[in-house]
Each structure stands twice: as C-alpha cells, then as structure tokens.
Design a protein around this ligand. Structure first.
Ligand SMILES: [Zn+2]
Length: 96
C-alpha cells in the first residue's frame, strides 16, 4: 500500500513518519522558525520533547538546515509543538 501522506524523517529520533505528524522547521533570515509551507530548506521533528532535546543535543537542526539558522531554544521548540505555553518555564508537571 502506498502511504496516504508524504513521509518525513525526524531529525531527533531519525524515524520516518507521516508529514502531518511532524513539525517543520525552516531557516528564514538566519533564524529558525516553524513553517509548514515555507520555501527553502527545512527539517522535521516529531512533536515530542524527547526528539526536540535529542535534535538540539546532537546539533541536527542547524546541520539539516545547512547552517541557515541557529538552533532555537528548547522552550521555543516545545511551544511550536504545542507542548508548552509561553509561561511554562519550570518544565515539570506537564505530562499530557
Ligand atoms: Zn522524532
């Protein structure tokens, strides 16, 4: 069976998943920003804190973007993933 959606590889865990399950990051003006429809080089990340941490730790984001932008902070990534609000600074008690 053909997959219904395009598949992309997460730069955190390296798993291939349907595109719609992943967050796209794109380099824009020297910064990395979320943008599913943005042109140019992008990379993909599961909406998962473990993947965000892993991608940041291994420097996969700037590498995947060919130096188009510096990696964002973890908190920002989590915001984009919808895992943490702007105020969520402590990082505890946010399980589901
Ligand atoms: Zn992942």
């Amino acid at each position: 069976m053909r997959p219904a959606a395009p598949q992309r590889r997460c730069v955190g865990c390296r798993k291939v998943r349907p595109q719609w399950e992943l967050l796209r990051l794109a380099a824009e003006g020297g910064k990395v920003a979320p943008g599913a429809g943005k042109p140019g080089r992008g990379c993909w990340l599961c909406r998962d804190e473990a993947c965000a941490r892993s991608a940041l730790k291994t420097g996969q984001i700037p590498r995947a973007l060919k130096g188009g932008g510096a990696a964002p902070e973890l908190g920002r990534l989590l915001e984009w993933m919808g895992l943490r609000s702007l105020d969520g600074d402590g990082g505890s008690g946010l399980k589901s």
